[in-house]
Write a protein that binds this ligand. Structure first.
Ligand code: ZN
Length: 377
């Protein structure tokens, strides 16, 4: 049996692969040594063999609670990802599987490669009224690119929506979600999408952290910065990704901001809003509640019962994107969280929370946006 991770977003160290029933592995730390959880590796030469892949350092990763009731994903072709029996025992994550083919991939969640990211940008930019723009260069020298979807009608003052994802690169569900959002926005037969395209200018950054993504990080960029803790004082040396986006937001203004993430522990889709900012108002509260209700009505995979505890008034962490953007522009700005595990209200035994369901949730966000559109300003 051979195990490797020498590819886009690969992450694993092999301790011992002699006994298929106890293959010992460990997850590498992100740069900086603080975070780890993402894994992605390939196994060759084990077709028809009962294997147990034991991640021996699972208890020392960033979110050990993320392993409870969690099942790893596997794929024979890198396209379709299915869940495999996984247990978290004695501080170890044990993935049990009998590969059907000679080459199988295992990962924390369905990976979203840089190649696919490039294809998404190119595909969307090929549509009329869409502009691909370069925000700048990352520390590893990659382009940080976004998309502008210009209004389809000549409106005097279009509303401004900013949607960003994958500040935490291991949260690949965010970019699968982006596909759903973008595909619907470009669907000329979708009346709601057409209506929103006429009123809004959309700025979309599907992947805020390409360096961390390719490096196989969970949470940080190439120099170890957690981008979603950099929004108060981003710098070119440490967090150029955030600096570029925030500078451009300052130029365009923001009426609606959404930052898309995944949560390791909670098996639900939910919104975390900016209740703790100094500038929180009844207007922002009403907008938040209206958005959440409409999202729930549009897609039952979204819910608002489970989520994070609300920040106390004035206690919000201003280094986070949604808080900083909401305060800075006095606008509705939120964080969307999706599960690594599954939606416990509607479990899917085969795939769990999956790329298809992420896309569907990205599609439905336009219903929620339409509900708040008339009162965003
Ligand atoms: Zn996150």
């Amino acid at each position: 049996m051979q195990i490797d991770c020498g590819f886009d977003s690969g992450n694993i160290d092999v301790i011992s692969a002699e006994d298929p029933e106890r293959v010992e592995l460990s997850i590498r730390k992100d740069v900086g040594g603080e975070h780890s959880q993402w894994f992605h590796f390939r196994v060759r030469g084990a077709a028809g063999t009962d294997c147990c892949f034991c991640i021996t350092n699972a208890s020392t990763t960033s979110y050990p609670k993320g392993w409870e009731n969690y099942r790893a994903v596997a794929s024979d072709d890198g396209e379709r990802w299915f869940r495999v029996p996984t247990t978290y025992v004695d501080g170890e994550l044990r993935i049990q599987h009998r590969p059907a083919t000679d080459e199988v991939f295992y990962a924390y969640f369905a990976p979203y490669s840089f190649a696919r990211h490039e294809q998404l940008l190119a595909r969307v930019a090929g549509h009329e009224g869409v502009e691909r723009f370069r925000l700048g260069e990352t520390l590893d020298g990659r382009p940080l690119d976004g998309l502008i979807l210009h209004p389809t009608e000549d409106v005097a003052s279009p509303k401004i929506a900013w949607v960003v994802g994958r500040q935490h690169p291991g949260e690949t569900m965010a970019e699968w979600w982006m596909e759903g959002l973008l595909d619907r926005l470009l669907d000329g037969s979708d009346a709601l999408a057409k209506k929103l395209r006429a009123q809004f200018i959309f700025y979309v950054v599907p992947n805020m952290n390409p360096d961390g993504s390719v490096r196989g990080h969970l949470r940080v960029n190439a120099c170890g910065a957690n981008l979603n803790r950099e929004w108060e004082t981003p710098t070119l040396a440490r967090s150029p990704e955030v600096l570029f986006v925030r500078d451009m937001m300052d130029e365009t203004g923001v009426d609606f901001g959404l930052d898309v993430h995944g949560d390791e522990a909670l098996p639900y889709n939910f919104i975390s809003a900016a209740e703790g900012i100094p500038g929180w108002t009844p207007r922002l509260d009403t907008l938040t509640e209206t958005f959440k209700s409409a999202y729930e009505a549009a897609n039952p995979d979204f819910q608002s019962v489970y989520g994070y505890e609300l920040d106390k008034p004035g206690q919000g962490n201003m280094t986070m994107c949604s808080n900083q953007v909401s305060q800075r522009f006095d606008c509705l700005a939120m964080t969307l969280e999706m599960p690594f595990k599954d939606n416990a209200n509607a479990p899917d035994l085969e795939e769990g929370w999956s790329p298809d369901r992420c896309r569907a949730l990205g599609h439905s966000v336009l219903d929620a946006l339409a509900a708040v559109a008339p009162t965003l300003r």
